[in-house]
Design a protein. Structure first.
Length: 427
């Protein structure tokens, strides 16, 4: 599909005002006055767990927010909704295209709760062989007591356990969460992906003497690990954040950014924040993109034609927020030689900042944001949300119709119609 053709189709675009006949004027008026998204969608079959959010209903507000009042943390509640009503039916339909993604009866289940310690943070990765999903604790959060004292832990759940409770909305305590004893231990893991039958974790490093690194881990006992890369020509990275494999060239692309520093477990950066590429066979490491505030999540479209990089520029960790910085997803063209070109703004999010990012098998783009997981079509149109009312830093598909969402102190299991963009990266 050509993204441009699909972009924001509006009555205005379909009926340019200049060349209007009487008939087209009538058609245009009918189109503008025609049934709203709500009535079109409600009229068909809206799943019980879904609700329509009509953006036009809040294009004009009686009360708007002056800049000094904005704090990037309180969530926008459109008129006619409440914080409770938004959470009650968590699949928010912004566009009919979202109905195909969620299917007829999507479910959202809270499967674990950790009252204080943010155990459910990032690096959500599915092991196809064991049908388990792995994820990691927040390395920098104060309540995790990690930082310079101890490393963040890796944990996992079984998908069969999650599926057995998927008709409940709250099943916290019913799904076993198991700590994974990686050996030697992956230090401060933050991102992860499947790679040649193993996982690659990005480790953020710790202090001056444990450098950030790419770690390979066996997804099965004894969870043995091997460091794949821990420097750029002798220099330490800042804190490696996320990692993904290109579906065609199979190289390893990863982001490096300042979060270890602004969460007080890494020294001040010695490099600018940027996106790197490793060819594991030759060992070559190159820089493929820079010019971000804080590059964070990254992923590729299923055909490998596009790279998506999130920028959590507004979030300066323990030092606060910079509201005028990026909370954006950038899209690059991936050229035949695997370099990135033509950076463009793909989305600027309306809640928090986009962190972990993944595509489904149709090329739609999902990102963890300040109120849950947002979903855009390939043209960057927001088509829906899986709304939690709280921040999700990352999530992932676990094969067709299944997703696990990390939300710091909460872990969720989702069933829907879409399939993930799983990359088989055989040798
Ligand atoms: C905005 O103000 C108008 C006029 O006072 C009122 O009818 C309407 O209900 C208000 N809308 C909201 C969302 O408060
Ligand atoms: C949920 O699923 C279980 C087992 O599949 C079934 O016994 C139970 O009746 C279901 N509950 C609801 C509310 O659908
Ligand atoms: C784990 O150990 C097995 C057996 O020695 C080896 O084949 C595999 O490559 C190791 N994996 C990692 C990530 O070190
Ligand atoms: C962001 O905000 C922090 C704290 O206010 C400040 O120290 C830092 O320099 C800012 N960074 C940028 C890029 O504006």
């Amino acid at each position: 599909m050509s993204p441009e053709v699909n972009a924001h189709s509006s009555a205005k675009k379909r009926y340019p005002w200049l060349k209007m006949t009487a008939v087209s004027v009538l058609v245009a008026v009918l189109a503008l006055l025609g049934p709203s998204l709500s009535s079109r969608v409600e009229g068909s079959s809206l799943p019980a767990q879904a609700q329509v959010i009509n953006q036009r209903s809040f294009n004009v507000l009686n009360t708007t927010q002056p800049p000094a009042v904005f704090n990037a943390e309180s969530l926008f509640v459109p008129p006619g909704y409440t914080a409770e009503s938004l959470v009650k039916r968590p699949f928010h339909v912004y566009d009919e295209e979202f109905l195909k993604i969620i299917g007829k009866s999507p479910t959202l289940t809270r499967i674990a709760h950790s009252p204080k310690d943010p155990l459910f943070h990032e690096a959500v990765v599915w092991s196809k062989e064991t049908d388990e999903v792995f994820f990691v604790q927040n390395a920098g959060a104060k309540d995790a007591d990690t930082g310079l004292h101890k490393s963040a832990i890796i944990e996992k759940i079984s998908l069969a356990d999650a599926a057995s409770v998927s008709n409940k909305s709250d099943a916290a305590g019913l799904v076993k969460v198991t700590t994974v004893p990686s050996s030697p231990m992956v230090i401060n893991p933050n991102g992860a992906t499947n790679y040649r039958g193993q996982f690659i974790f990005t480790g953020e490093g710790q202090g001056n003497n444990t450098p950030p690194a790419l770690w390979l881990m066996n997804p099965q006992s004894p969870y043995n690990t091997t460091v794949l890369l821990n420097n750029y020509f002798g220099r330490q990275f800042n804190s490696l954040n996320d990692v993904v494999i290109h579906p065609k060239n199979k190289d390893v692309y990863f982001t490096d950014t300042i979060y270890g520093y602004v969460q007080d477990f890494r020294p001040a950066p010695g490099l600018q924040d940027q996106v790197y590429r490793l060819n594991p066979d030759s060992g070559a490491v190159t820089v493929v993109a820079d010019g971000f505030v804080h590059p964070n999540g990254l992923t590729f479209s299923p055909d490998g034609e596009y790279a998506y990089v999130t920028d959590t520029g507004i979030n300066y960790g323990f030092y606060g927020m910079n509201y005028t910085q990026a909370a954006s997803i950038y899209r690059f063209d991936v050229k035949k030689d695997g370099t990135l070109d033509n950076r463009k703004v793909f989305a600027f999010v309306n809640a928090g900042a986009p962190d972990g990012v993944h595509c489904d098998s149709w090329g739609n783009v999902y990102a963890g944001c300040g109120d849950g997981v947002h979903v855009w079509n390939p043209s960057g149109k927001l088509i829906g949300k899986i709304y939690l009312g709280t921040t999700s830093a990352n999530f992932n598909f676990a094969g067709k119709g299944r997703m696990v969402i990390c939300a710091e102190t909460e872990l969720y299991y989702v069933t829907l119609a879409a399939d993930g963009n799983y990359i088989e990266s055989e040798m």
